[in-house]
Design a protein around this ligand. Structure first.
Ligand code: HGY
Ligand code: MN
Ligand code: MN
Length: 415
């Protein structure tokens, strides 16, 4: 079998992505497939049906992670793995996560129709609740699988309305029977959109990230004093929103003076009682700090917390700030990164090294075995928005690189 002559079916990959994008589709061309919602269940059902049609051995664990296993000649050796996530942001895009799962499905389809016999089993994984947009923190399915988070604690995580992750897993029928637990693997490859502007700006087809930045999230609560907006003089107000606004601007200013490559964002802010004629009493907001240099991220948070204390004192407000989650820096396997570069170049695809500013399940997979990612360009560098777009040819190119990496890592006959 001419292994190197195999290619994915670009039209079929496009149709899979278009079909998945119809699940949870929003009017503005995006998707709303929050983890463990009915839309997520529909996407899961579709994936399970596709895996079943390929004759793969399907396992769903008690975190709802879905695995499709294609047997190899030798059942006793470590499998090769690939995959990503099906859940999305509430106003998400059609490619984030979806490309990694549909790309892996396309690779499985090529292996099957080409009757490829691999030495090693090949496993497709769809990880539960990667986004962190419904249940925090992010990457919950892969974190429990890798042993990085306690399953009972994660099961108890509530969404904004108080529903727990476990209740929702059971409600949609995806609390599997097999215990969520890691196993050794030979290699894990994840195909993903870059979600940034670098590949497009450089005109490169394939990104080979060296790893993922460290990612810290903090919860900040500012408490002031509610009052009637009319009779209350401006002097002496204890306006929690004005104090929080100054803190938000301090977050925005941080990277310009902190040095390094940090990014700092306030993405979520809630005001109470949130009424036009009441002086804001309580504000809760998040701070997301990311950077390759984790010590710099930590020092920057200490500096920021000090500024917050000063602002709160000036406004007569109380402050409570705490770290809600952190994922340390992830470094991918140099050997797998080399394979990605070599296969891309053999396909005539230009490559570029970079670092992922976005978090991924690979942060947890990398702690279990050799892991690497294959990036393809995001048009306009946009992601986590309905405007998220990647060219079909780029999707197929990334999937071809994934196919070759999997063929090689799984040891196909004719080697
Ligand atoms: O936060 C992230 O970067 C990922 O989308 N969960
Ligand atoms: Mn993703
Ligand atoms: Mn995402």
């Amino acid at each position: 079998m001419d292994r190197d002559g195999l290619r994915v079916n670009a039209r079929r990959l496009q149709r899979s992505l278009e079909s998945l994008a119809r699940i949870g589709a929003t009017a503005d061309g995006g998707v709303d497939r929050l983890a463990l919602t009915d839309a997520d269940r529909q996407a899961r059902d579709a994936l399970v049906a596709w895996l079943d049609r390929l004759g793969l051995r399907i396992t769903i664990d008690d975190m709802g992670n879905i695995f499709g296993l294609r047997a190899g000649r030798d059942e006793g050796v470590r499998p090769v793995m690939m995959g990503s996530h099906l859940d999305s942001q509430s106003r998400g895009g059609r490619f984030d996560g979806a490309l990694g799962v549909m790309g892996a499905l396309e690779v499985m389809r090529v292996l099957e129709e080409s009757r490829v016999v691999t030495e090693r089993p090949v496993i497709l994984a769809a990880w539960t609740a990667e986004e962190g947009s419904r249940f925090t923190p992010s990457k919950l399915g892969s974190a429990v699988w890798a042993g990085d988070l306690d399953k009972e604690w994660v099961w108890g995580r509530p969404d904004r309305h108080g529903a727990t992750l476990l209740e929702e897993l059971e409600r949609i029928g995806y609390k599997g029977v097999s215990p969520c637990a890691r196993w050794p693997f030979q290699a894990y490859y994840e195909l993903h959109i870059e979600q940034g502007p670098l590949l497009e700006a450089a005109g490169r087809a394939i990104g080979v990230p060296a790893g993922i930045v460290s990612l810290h999230v903090y919860d900040v609560h500012v408490s002031g004093e509610a009052n009637q907006v009319g009779p209350t003089p401006m002097e002496g107000r204890r306006d929690a929103l004005v104090a929080a606004a100054e803190m938000v601007l301090a977050v925005r200013a941080l990277p310009s003076t902190a040095g390094g490559d940090m990014v700092a964002t306030v993405g979520m802010l809630e005001v109470a009682p949130n009424c036009y004629n009441v002086i804001p009493e309580d504000v809760h907001f998040t701070v997301d700090l990311r950077g390759w240099d984790e010590a710099l991220v930590e020092r920057s948070w200490e500096r920021l917390a000090g500024e917050f204390r000063g602002v709160a004192a000036r406004h007569g407000c109380r402050l409570h700030a705490e770290e809600s989650s952190r994922t340390g820096r992830t470094e991918f396997d140099p050997g797998l990164m080399r394979r990605i570069t070599d296969h891309a170049e053999a396909l005539g695809l230009s490559t570029m090294s970079l670092v992922s500013g976005a978090g991924h399940d690979t942060a947890h997979l990398a702690g279990v075995g050799p892991t690497a990612m294959i990036f393809v360009p995001s048009i306009g560098g946009r992601s986590h928005t309905p405007a998220e777009e990647t060219g079909w040819a780029d999707c197929a190119a990334g999937a071809d690189v994934l196919l070759r990496c999997i063929l090689e890592a799984s040891g196909t006959s004719g080697d």
